[in-house]
Ligand binder design. Structure first.
Ligand code: SAH
Ligand code: SF4
Length: 337
């Protein structure tokens, strides 16, 4: 898909054509200009040639049918993964990637093992949401639905591609484009402090999530090398400043890894950190990564961990696992192998 040229192709047309064209792409979700029936045949042909709407992708539906993973092949041949999660209450969440690979190298994360290849452009980020918007537009089994939520929890670290991520959020939120409520858009970061600070000053009411995964610096540095640069205390300080500025809730993500961060001691230490107002903890089951040294915690261990958090009155939920069978769950995104 190449929409860069849209304005150029339409420059000699009446002004409203551009609006109409955007409407076709972002509201009606056409995937070929021939569906733009109010345009002349010549214009449709030219648009198909200059700004083709095709998105090259392969998709895979999970056994339960509630999630669809797509591998999108970009213009330069790079591949990214993105997932649609269909909730019972008709919400449809797309989890988007913002980089090809990721330079952060977290030990438990499939993307981390790929290394960093490049940042995605704004258009390449949006394309992932467009892909699923088109899929949902089609009838049956649930008629004509829309993407209602977007999370930046796919491949890559959003705050290392700040400008393109923010620009894509503006398009997702734009009433003339996707019209997705800003409060339904979430950015997850491993704790890039400059990004947290910039977001706090941006005035954008997007949700912020922090990948915590360990309750102390020693363990966090072992699991997430980036903690040596952005240590836990500094990340939490940046989050507190963010909360003072924005008055918004912040979600902390904690993947439970067997015998690593799921002990009673860890639970108590975590409870000690999470007691603040407007902090919200999300416990995530570890999703298997091929060749990983780690395993998921047992159910009984998770229950014991939760019991300690409950006793300390910590605000938390355990995230439902989508798409595990198609390797479409968090941290399972890897391409090029
Ligand atoms: N780079 C950002 C966003 C992408 S990762 C970040 O790290 O926050 C999205 C979420 O999936 C993060 O919370 C990440 O820590 C988590 N994750 C990574 N590997 C995982 C795994 N194997 N199982 C479950 N969650 C994982
Ligand atoms: Fe990158 Fe996030 Fe994976 Fe860490 S968890 S390697 S920051 S994508």
């Amino acid at each position: 898909m190449n929409l860069d040229k849209l304005e150029e192709v339409l420059k000699n047309e009446p002004k409203y054509r551009l609006k109409e064209a955007r409407d076709f792409v972002f509201v009606k979700f056409i995937d070929n200009w021939n569906q733009a029936t109010s345009f002349s045949k010549e214009l449709r042909d030219e648009l198909n040639k200059e700004c083709p709407l095709e998105i090259k992708a392969e998709s895979l539906v999970s056994k339960t049918g509630d999630s669809v993973k797509a591998k999108i092949i970009l213009k330069d041949g790079a591949e990214i993964e993105t997932v649609l999660m269909r909730h019972m209450d008709k919400r449809n969440t797309v989890c988007v990637s913002c980089q090809v690979g990721c330079p952060m190298g977290c030990l438990f994360c499939a993307t981390g093992t790929m290394g960093f290849i490049r940042n995605l452009s704004t258009e390449e980020i949006i394309e992932q949401v467009l892909f699923f918007s088109r899929l949902l537009r089609r009838p049956a089994p649930r008629n004509d639905e829309r993407v209602t939520n977007v999370t930046f929890m796919g491949m890559g670290e959003p705050f290392l591609n700040y400008d393109n991520v923010l620009q894509s959020i503006k398009v997702l939120n734009d009433t003339k484009a996707f019209n997705i409520s800003i409060r339904n858009i979430s950015i997850s970061t491993c704790g890039v402090i400059e990004g947290i600070e910039k977001l706090a000053n941006s005035g954008l009411q997007v949700n912020l999530a922090i990948s915590l995964h360990a309750p102390n610096n020693e363990l966090r540095s072992q699991l997430m090398p980036i903690n040596k640069r952005y240590s836990l205390d500094k990340v939490l300080k940046a989050v507190d400043d963010y909360i003072v500025k924005t008055k918004r809730k912040v979600m902390f993500e904690y993947v439970l890894i067997k015998d690593i961060n799921d002990t009673d001691e860890c639970a108590k230490e975590l409870a000690g950190l999470m007691g603040k107002k407007l902090y919200f903890l999300n416990l995530i089951t570890f999703n298997n990564v091929k060749g990983s040294q780690f395993q998921a915690s047992s159910n009984s261990r998770i229950e014991a961990f939760k019991k300690i958090l409950k006793k300390q009155k910590i605000n938390f939920v355990q995230r439902y696992r989508f798409g595990d069978d198609i390797q479409a769950a968090c941290g399972q995104f890897v391409t090029g192998k």
